[in-house]
Design a protein around this ligand. Sequence first.
Ligand code: C2E
Ligand code: MG
Ligand code: MG
Ligand code: MG
Length: 292
Amino acid sequence: RAKQKGRNAWECFTSDINDEVSERMALRNDLQEAIEAENFELHYQPLLCARSGEVVGFEALVRWKHPVKGYLSPGLFIPLAEDTGQIGPISEWVLRQACRDMCRLAAEGYGRYRVSVNLSPLQFRRANFLTNLQQALLETGLSADYLELELTEGVLMTDTAAAVETLHQLRDMGVEVSIDDFGTGFSSLSYLKQLPIGKIKIDRSFVRDVTVNRHDGAIVQGIISMAHHLGLLVVAEGIEEAEQRDFLAAHGCDVFQGFFFARPMPLVKLQDYLKQWGGVPGRHDILPVPNG
Ligand code: C2E
Ligand code: MG
Ligand code: MG
Ligand code: MG
């Protein structure tokens, strides 16, 4: 009987693995079709100046428009795409689309805004990364000053010498670089001082309990103070409550991002948003923006 049970468990286990494997293969095939059909959409989340409340830019966040499953979040397919190599064409699409959208906003009179694009470590390390980037800016007509790239700590910790070289070239081009999800990697803080970067983004996991957990409060204060002493700007991501915003403002955080202000939204929604909030200093300090 025990044997019988054991076998069932094993059969269950192997069939779970088979399900998982075939699920992944199906997703990979779907993703290939999505790449060919460009079935992706960028959503933009506003970044606000902590002092004036003005919109200072947007983060571009990719969604997969799946024919059956609807909008799929990047957490569900970016890691897969990194494993399969499909991240290459997806990144190319994201970068160009973000550049095109910013040019379009400017052309239609919404103003000039800087867009932050998340960069997969694999992209950053590619030999022709900078050439491709130049090409994308040239093709789309976006000036390099209006592009920011978000990198994670891990990228900069491995092969630091090469990473620093690439960062210098980006800086020479005029492209801004920020460190995303700051504090979640194994940050040896000493590496920060040798990096030609402009900003760090405090990870949402620290912001969440910043007002209720004194350790998180202390960490956030420490990060902000250290960053400022190094001449870096600080962005806080994942702000959902007024109390978090107030804490961050009181401790000198420079830029706010989070659902409290605005959720990521497609370009048409962003245009409506800018009609209401673009170039309106101070308003965001009073009111959150309800939207979905
Ligand atoms: P990230 O770069 O840290 O982006 C911020 C994530 O936090 C986004 O999730 C955003 O929707 C979410 N977020 C913003 N404010 C709040 C808030 O107040 N509360 C909560 N709970 N969440 C908030 P999203 O869009 O699902 O993206 C997840 C991750 O996927 C991103 O994290 C980024 O690492 C990656 N990603 C997104 N787009 C791209 C892309 O185009 N290329 C690459 N390589 N990665 C991407
Ligand atoms: Mg990001
Ligand atoms: Mg982030
Ligand atoms: Mg994050």
